[in-house]
Design a protein around this ligand. Structure first.
Ligand SMILES: [Zn+2]
Length: 324
């Protein structure tokens, strides 16, 4: 059942004709059909430098442009062809990425060009939607980190998506926009027995936005459902959300990072304390694992929409049905 329409009017110069449709809250979340996202990318949406634009990190670095992303794609292809990791699957993926250009897009979530375009399409449609919602009610950000089922296993976004969707549903969420991110966690602490550092592992975690009332109501259940571990002492976090484009973009970022747990001397407390440092550049092995998983996941594999879904409609229909 459809309860309302929200058009992406802020960024609707010409096509795209993608809208966010609010569902009946009782309808369970469905996987966003690949054809919807592929349809947008096939029109060339997201590949250029048209708005929206945003900055990255505390240094306010500008987001990558097409030329830089092509360079990143060539680096991924080179790594996929490295002797140590080379197999038929890697070569197939490298060839697929190398053929991606404006005449023939590869539509792989592992392709830096297509992943950037997908992020921009999602920001273009979701930023105005979230801004509208945040204008009407208080929304917050929520991040959840579930412990990995098997640190040595390949990254499986489909299985992780199911796990997180189950937690969200059991915690009572019926409305929200979420994305799956992945970090490669490493323990660099020099611990003395019996304390042992945790094993390096890929950690898929959830980040997204939901009404603050729902987040606060879910906290007691989340405390029972998501337990702290040595690797993840704070498995969930929430804060206020201002619907800034930068925040929405972060939710669907196309690249992953290394997260290193270290010990640092805290002069105020006069002792070593746990801290985390972030390294944006993955090792060759980590990047190969990431791109294989992304290609497997597809364009829709890291998106979780609760209570809303996307539809491509003719522009005229989007303009004439603002509310139903
Ligand atoms: Zn591509």
């Amino acid at each position: 059942m459809r309860s309302s329409y929200c058009e992406n009017s802020n960024f609707s110069h010409g096509p795209p004709r993608l809208i966010v449709v609010c569902d009946d809250p009782k309808v369970p979340a469905e996987l966003t059909p690949k054809r919807v996202l592929r349809g947008m990318l096939a029109r060339g949406s997201g590949y250029g430098i048209a708005p929206p634009t945003w900055t990255l990190g505390k240094q306010e670095r500008r987001a990558d442009r097409p030329r830089e992303v092509k360079k990143a794609s060539r680096q991924v292809q080179k790594r996929l062809r490295k002797k140590r990791f080379c197999n038929a699957e890697s070569l197939r993926l490298a060839a697929k990425l190398s053929r991606c250009d404006r005449r023939h897009r590869c539509f792989s979530a592992a392709c830096p060009q297509c992943a950037r375009a997908l992020q921009r399409v999602l920001v273009r449609i979701l930023a105005p939607f979230l801004k509208e919602r945040v204008g009407a009610e208080l929304w917050g950000t929520l991040s959840i980190i579930l412990p990995p089922t098997d640190p040595d296993a390949e990254i499986d976004f489909a299985a992780e998506r199911e796990r997180y969707q189950t937690v969200l549903r059991r915690a009572g969420f019926t409305l929200g926009v979420f994305g799956l991110d992945c970090t490669f966690n490493e323990d660099w602490r020099d611990l003395n027995p019996p304390k042992k550092p945790f094993l390096p592992h890929a950690c898929v975690h959830l980040h997204g936005f939901a009404p603050i009332e729902d987040i606060e109501a879910a906290l007691p259940l989340l405390k029972k459902l998501v337990l702290a571990t040595e690797a993840v002492p704070r498995p969930f976090h929430h804060s206020a959300f201002d619907a800034a484009v930068k925040g929405v973009a972060y939710n669907f970022k196309p690249s992953f990072e290394r997260r290193q747990t270290i010990e640092q001397f805290d002069p105020r407390r006069a002792k070593l304390v746990r801290n985390t440092r972030h390294r944006p550049q993955l090792t060759v092995e980590q990047q190969i694992r990431a791109v294989r998983a992304l290609d497997q996941a597809g364009l829709n594999g890291r998106i979780i929409l609760l209570g809303v879904h996307f539809e491509i409609v003719p522009t005229a229909r989007a303009r004439t049905n603002p509310q139903t």
